[in-house]
Design a protein around this ligand. Structure first.
Ligand code: ATP
Ligand code: MG
Length: 188
């Protein structure tokens, strides 16, 4: 499951847990992006902070782990590179790429879309406020899954912190504490 994870929130975790169970996955690997090219319009928190928040959020689940592949590669993150790296690390694994309805809508515009479908099966999860629609996607390349709806977004969490509102229960407790400790998402 790729994402900016700025910060990781309970919507990400529920989606990962649901897909992991439904597809009998051995492991869900969270892959925080390096420099997200789709988000050049805003300041993204340092990769190391996003990585650590993702580690904190997933540490207690034996089936969740975090990969540094995108962060350590450097430069802009393209999903095709993520999949190639994971394939190199786990040559015998059957790979699934978990993505939300909003990201799925952009999938065809991604670099090397056809090659991506060769490397992994794509799973599109529902997300409140976005219609899940596989129109135009190659037959059989994507499975759509309904996950329990959590109307949480990282943008909303950041914006709440900026207004001095709590993010308790939207993100795991350890992530609330990390945000405090590192003074992330504070007003300038
Ligand atoms: P931002 O608001 O900054 O875009 P985000 O909440 O969308 O952050 P991302 O890190 O961009 O979080 O998302 C990573 C992946 O998780 C994306 O594929 C996204 O669609 C999916 N996702 C995010 N929030 C939810 C949610 N509440 N339910 C289901 N999927 C989600
Ligand atoms: Mg997003």
């Amino acid at each position: 499951m790729g994402g900016t994870f700025d910060p990781v929130h309970n919507g990400h975790l529920v989606a990962a847990s649901e897909v992991g169970t439904l597809f009998g996955l051995d492991e869900v690997i969270f892959v925080p992006t390096g420099e997200p090219w789709q988000k050049v319009d805003r300041q993204v928190s340092p990769a190391e902070d996003r990585y650590l928040m993702t580690v904190i959020a997933t540490a207690s689940n034996p089936r969740f782990s975090v990969s540094r592949a995108d962060i350590d590669r450097g430069g802009a993150t393209y999903t095709i590179d993520t999949l190639r790296d994971l394939h190199r690390t786990y040559p015998d694994a059957e790979l699934f790429f978990i993505t939300g309805a909003d990201a799925l809508q952009q999938i065809l515009s991604w670099k090397n879309a056809a090659d991506m479908f060769e490397l992994a099966h794509f799973i599109g999860v529902t997300r409140p406020g976005y219609v899940l629609d596989d129109d135009g996607l190659p037959d059989g390349a994507v499975t759509l899954v309904e996950v329990p709806a959590l109307a949480i977004s990282s943008s909303d969490c950041r914006e709440r912190r900026g207004r001095g509102m709590p993010v308790w229960y939207l993100v795991p407790d350890g992530v609330v504490q990390y945000i405090e400790k590192r003074k992330l998402y504070r007003r300038a």
